[in-house]
Design a protein around this ligand. Structure first.
Ligand SMILES: O=C(O)c1cccc(C(=O)CC[C@H]2O[C@@H](n3cnc4c(=O)[nH]cnc43)[C@H](O)[C@@H]2O)c1
Ligand code: ZN
Length: 353
């Protein structure tokens, strides 16, 4: 539909509403959140890397031919993070970007294996993220929590190391709330990770694997059955299985939907073909997230704007999406109530005549 002057004004208002809306972000990767400024600063520090130092050249560098290409580029950025100070800087700056978008609470997916195998001392790594978490909460008021994910393609050695770091009383950081599984899905069956998820769950962590991003609905079933998933990262292909959708809806297992990511990695062809509408129709608890925002040329505000267009939402609908993320988060009950109240107050004030 062509956008006339009134539609434009409406869209601008919705953007303004989204910009001030208190939000929770449940699916965003630590390294994947490095802003062009941080990436170019790190690339300049480490000139042996193939990552461009010019932020404009990064736009081309962050254009992906497929999911495998995305992971190659992602790992080249991981290679830039070499010291605990790099880790601290990145974490604090990610929090600053989230706070700017009125994100009150975020669960940041971190892959400690990738850093420890590259030589960063595990204790220094944990101290760096915790130090940044506390500093960010004090300075911005944004509460950060961690999800440690296994880079699945790196095999069971990576799974063992991630489980050890996540469950050892001496090492695991205070902010850790969940255990995940990322990387490519093709050739990386979920059931093999069951023992590691069992250990993490026994240690009190929540289970939040990626599944159904680049493979079919069976991967989501496997994540539910073998890894006891409480939320699913992406879950895009769930739309191809009505029984699965009904199961997700009935058990309030939220999908962490990241629309622009799915286009950037070519998991979905176009935004208009994105199945988020099918999820809502089936009654699934949908949350909107940004995944690897600078790499995909997006941010959480933009993902809410995309969702508003795909789902035909007004301000109340957007506030409902923000509340879905609060509900599906691993915040405690008073923390959830505080953000929900803030969303309601903000929305009522915005809509007041
Ligand atoms: O660090 C290594 O040495 C290593 C060796 C082999 C394989 C890997 C990985 O596959 C790392 C994957 C990396 O990608 C992160 N990520 C970011 N966005 C996504 C996404 O949308 N879907 C899946 N994974 C994603 C993930 O957290 C891992 O850190 C590493
Ligand atoms: Zn992800």
């Amino acid at each position: 539909m062509p956008a006339g002057p009134t539609a434009d004004a409406g869209a601008r208002d919705l953007h303004g509403f989204i910009a001030g809306l208190p939000k929770a972000e449940l699916h965003v990767h630590h390294v994947g959140s490095a802003s062009p400024r941080i990436v170019s600063e790190l690339a300049a520090r480490h000139p042996d890397s193939k990552v461009p130092t010019d932020p404009e050249a990064l736009v081309d560098y962050f254009t992906f031919t497929d999911f495998a290409h995305f992971i190659d580029v992602y790992l080249s950025v991981v290679d830039l993070i070499r010291t605990p100070e790099d880790v601290r800087l990145l974490t604090f700056e990610v929090a600053r970007d989230l706070a700017r978008q009125q994100v009150r609470y975020a669960e940041l997916t971190i892959t400690p294996f990738s850093s420890t195998r590259r030589g960063i001392d595990e204790r220094a790594f944990m101290e760096a993220i915790e130090d940044a978490r506390k500093a960010a909460e004090a300075e911005f008021g944004t509460v950060l929590r961690w999800c440690f994910d296994i880079p699945g393609e790196a095999g069971l050695e990576a799974a063992e190391e991630t489980a050890r770091l996540a469950t050892s009383d001496r090492i695991r950081p205070e902010g850790l709330v969940s255990f995940g599984l990322g990387g490519p899905e093709i050739g990386v069956p979920r059931p093999q990770f069951k023992p590691y998820f069992d250990r993490a769950i026994a240690a009190g962590l929540h289970s939040v694997p990626h599944a159904g991003e680049t493979t079919g609905p069976q991967t989501v079933w496997d994540a539910l059955t073998h890894l006891r998933a409480e939320r699913i990262g992406h879950g895009t292909s769930s739309a191809r299985d009505e029984k699965l959708l009904a199961h997700l809806a009935e058990h309030r297992i939220a999908l962490e939907v990241c629309p622009t990511s799915n286009i950037a990695t070519r998991a979905v062809r176009t935004l208009d073909e994105h199945p988020v509408k099918e999820f809502v129709r089936a009654g699934v608890l949908v949350t909107i997230n940004s995944d690897d925002p600078p790499m995909f040329g997006t941010d959480l505000d933009n993902e809410y704007a995309v969702a508003a267009r795909l789902l035909g939402l007004d301000e109340r609908g957007l506030a409902g999406l923000a509340k879905n993320a609060v509900e599906a988060s691993f915040l405690d009950a008073p923390g959830k109530a505080r953000i929900r109240d803030e969303i309601d107050t903000y929305t009522a004030e915005w809509l007041a005549p």
